[in-house]
Design a protein around this ligand. Structure first.
Ligand code: FNR
Length: 184
């Protein structure tokens, strides 16, 4: 069976360039790597310890945790909001880090990529995200990186990734994820 990757974009925006990046990864993935783009972030409630037991018993938080748990690796594409990661992404990670949902990011290989419309291509957000992923005990993959700046220009009107350099670096990230999934 192929290695399974769950790909999470840290944006709720319908036309998110980070989600487009993940769709490109899914389309480019070799046959032995299955990349499923998660599309349920909008339904994840704000973390609240008071309702934690109730919220993790069923529903979208439980569904996300099950998908992460079943995956061999996680690919996160983060936007950059004010030099860090968006609150919706941090919120989802906080849920996944809890024992109540199985602490599913612990020991999980995670690769980080990102796209912004600014000049620096989410460098600060990715650094912030890697720091969070150390706290969750994830195996943060180092190696090939994607810091896509001026992100919208890399896609055509149909949302296909057309920038050759970005396609090449995304391919290297997929190779890294396949190796991590096999050896982990
Ligand atoms: C941004 N954006 C942004 N870009 C950047 O390169 N550095 C930054 O610090 C910020 N800060 C920031 C804050 C807030 C509140 C918003 C809404 C946006 C721009 C950001 O890169 C752009 O909106 C991307 O298109 C967001 O990614 P998605 O939603 O297209 O995936």
């Amino acid at each position: 069976p192929p290695c399974r990757v769950i790909a999470i974009a840290g944006s709720l925006r319908r036309d998110s360039i980070n989600r487009l990046l993940l769709r490109a990864a899914a389309e480019m993935a070799p046959t032995d790597l299955q990349v499923d783009v998660y599309d349920g972030l909008t339904a994840i409630p704000m973390f609240d310890e008071d309702s934690e037991k109730f919220m993790t018993a069923t529903g979208p938080v439980r569904a996300l945790a099950a998908q992460v748990s079943a995956a061999d690796a996680v690919l996160i594409a983060t936007p950059e909001y004010n030099h860090s990661i968006p609150g919706v992404l941090k919120n989802a990670i906080d849920w996944l880090s809890r024992g109540s949902i199985g602490d599913v990011l612990a020991g999980k290989p995670v690769a980080v990529i990102g796209a912004s419309t600014g000049r620096w291509g989410t460098r600060l957000a990715q650094t912030a995200l890697r720091q969070v992923l150390f706290a969750t005990g994830s195996v943060v993959l180092s190696g090939p990186a994607v810091y896509l700046n001026n992100g919208a220009a890399a896609f055509d009107a149909q949302g296909r990734l057309i920038d050759p350099a970005t396609r090449a670096s995304l391919g290297h990230v997929l190779d890294m994820m396949r190796r991590a999934s096999v050896t982990h």
